[in-house]
Design a protein around this ligand. Structure first.
Ligand code: DHK
Length: 148
């Protein structure tokens, strides 16, 4: 069965209470449940992980290589700062889709730069939690195409 990792970075554990006007009122657990339910409908296995630590996210990407067919990644603020995460994604050669709840391009200029984008399959932002569903669908379609 195809398996996908949903990987969330710093502060996303606070979803629901963290700036709901920007990030929405759903909790991370709500978002993860929604992803898992969507996975069941598509007959794919969805695993979820969140960490506030850059190294833990890198370790998760390294480990993902042998366990998952692709990753949906919201790296939070590390998106805009982390060469190490960019290198980890490039090193594992797994398809990674970058997701953000908010439209990072309509926010402060420091959020316009993504170190993830150049090594990601694509970027989805501005659609709230639905972005994770769009990313899963895009990844599944990509994986079907790459094995056809
Ligand atoms: C989440 C964060 O934590 C921010 O640091 C990013 C992203 C945007 C989001 O919209 O999901 O800048």
């Amino acid at each position: 069965m195809t398996s996908i990792l949903i990987l969330n970075g710093p502060n996303l554990n606070l979803l629901g209470t963290r700036q709901p006007e920007v990030y929405g009122s759903e909790t991370l657990s709500d978002v993860e449940k929604m992803c898992k339910t969507h996975g069941q409908a598509l007959d794919i296995d969805i695993s979820c992980l969140q960490s506030n630590h850059e190294g833990a996210l890198i370790d998760a990407l390294h480990a993902a290589k042998s366990k998952f067919k692709g990753v949906v990644l919201n790296a939070g603020a590390y998106t805009h700062t982390s060469v190490a995460l960019m290198d980890a994604i490039a090193s594992v050669s797994l398809p990674v889709i970058e997701v953000h709840l908010s439209n990072i391009h309509a926010r402060e200029t420091f959020r316009h730069k993504s170190f993830i984008a150049p090594v990601a399959l694509g970027q989805i932002c501005g659609f709230g939690s639905h972005g994770y569903i769009l990313a899963i669908d895009a990844l599944v379609k990509h994986l079907a195409g790459s094995t056809a």
